[in-house]
Design a binder for this molecule. Structure first.
Ligand SMILES: [Zn+2]
Length: 291
């Protein structure tokens, strides 16, 4: 069940301790970078990503009464943006961007990495502040065709896997799951969630709206507001402003549980210390590991 943030599949360990990551609000937004890719046109990217997120947000979970009920998270496409930077700006507007890297893959292991999602979160509570997704169209053949060519990688599968990370899920050790870390060329299985994936998203976004955290429970705001934390901007954050935000010094930590007004002020002063980014990549290796 892929709910623990630090989980990595291995032959001997299927589960480790860690803070589950979650979006606090009942709605979250994303933006596709306007240039999309030579391999994936903007409209195709937007449509495929929308369907990928809907796989997760349409998941139905068992409830304590009879029957099942939908997860308590919605994901909205907020339109194209200029900015293609993976970044969380602590002192101004943001966008949860989905960007294709056609010209260069700016990370290690380009030859066996399909995509990378960077999630910025509060390590004390697990609350996600920002998520950005990069797709490696520089070094990999990413395709929309059906059937998928034997040397190509299915964008719908990649999008569904990365959407799981965007929502805070880690990798699963179940080699049939969408959240398994490795992907085989030509395959399409990751387009569809397995019971393991559904159990994961249901444990984080319970139908009753509560978010399970280490101490107590966090209830999302009453309204659906997909605006990014600290506001929305289509442009990249100003470097000087971001730097200024990072230079604020404070020994205070997480604001979870504090009264709303004080909480926001405290969080703004302590973000440089509590925010961490975690990256997860989907690898293009046919090898299967068994958990
Ligand atoms: Zn992954």
């Amino acid at each position: 069940m892929p709910v623990v943030a630090d989980f990595q599949p291995s032959p001997t360990k299927c589960w480790t301790e860690g803070v589950p990551l979650f979006w606090r609000n009942s709605c979250v937004g994303y933006n596709v970078q306007k240039n999309a890719s030579r391999q994936v046109a903007f409209d195709d990217a937007a449509n495929t990503l929308s369907r990928a997120f809907t796989k997760w947000t349409g998941a139905s979970c068992p409830t304590e009464g009879t029957g099942r009920s939908r997860v308590s998270i919605d994901v909205r496409d907020l339109g194209p943006v200029e900015c293609g930077e993976v970044k969380y700006n602590q002192s101004g507007g943001n966008q949860n961007v989905i960007v294709f890297r056609d010209g260069k893959w700016p990370h290690e292991a380009s030859n066996n990495t399909l995509a990378l999602t960077t999630v910025t979160f509060n390590p004390e509570t697990g609350e996600i502040y920002d998520a950005d997704m990069e797709v490696n169209t520089f070094d990999q053949r990413v395709t929309l065709t059906d059937p998928v060519p034997s040397d190509g990688y299915d964008f719908a599968s990649i999008a569904t896997h990365e959407a799981g990370h965007f929502l805070g899920l880690a990798h699963s050790g179940d080699n049939r799951a969408t959240m398994f870390a490795n992907y085989t060329p030509g395959a399409t299985a990751m387009r569809n969630l397995t019971a393991d994936d559904v159990a994961g998203v249901c444990s984080v976004y319970r139908p009753d709206g509560a978010r399970a955290v280490l101490e107590g429970k966090v209830t999302p705001g009453p309204q659906c507001d997909p605006t990014p934390r600290r506001g929305f901007t289509t442009e990249c954050a100003d470097a000087d402003a971001a730097k200024k935000g990072c230079s604020i010094s404070s020994s205070s930590h997480g604001a979870s549980g504090a009264p709303p007004t004080a909480g926001w002020a405290l969080a703004a002063a302590s973000l440089a210390f509590v925010v961490r980014a975690r990256r997860r990549r989907l690898r293009a290796v046919p090898a299967r590991r068994v958990c």
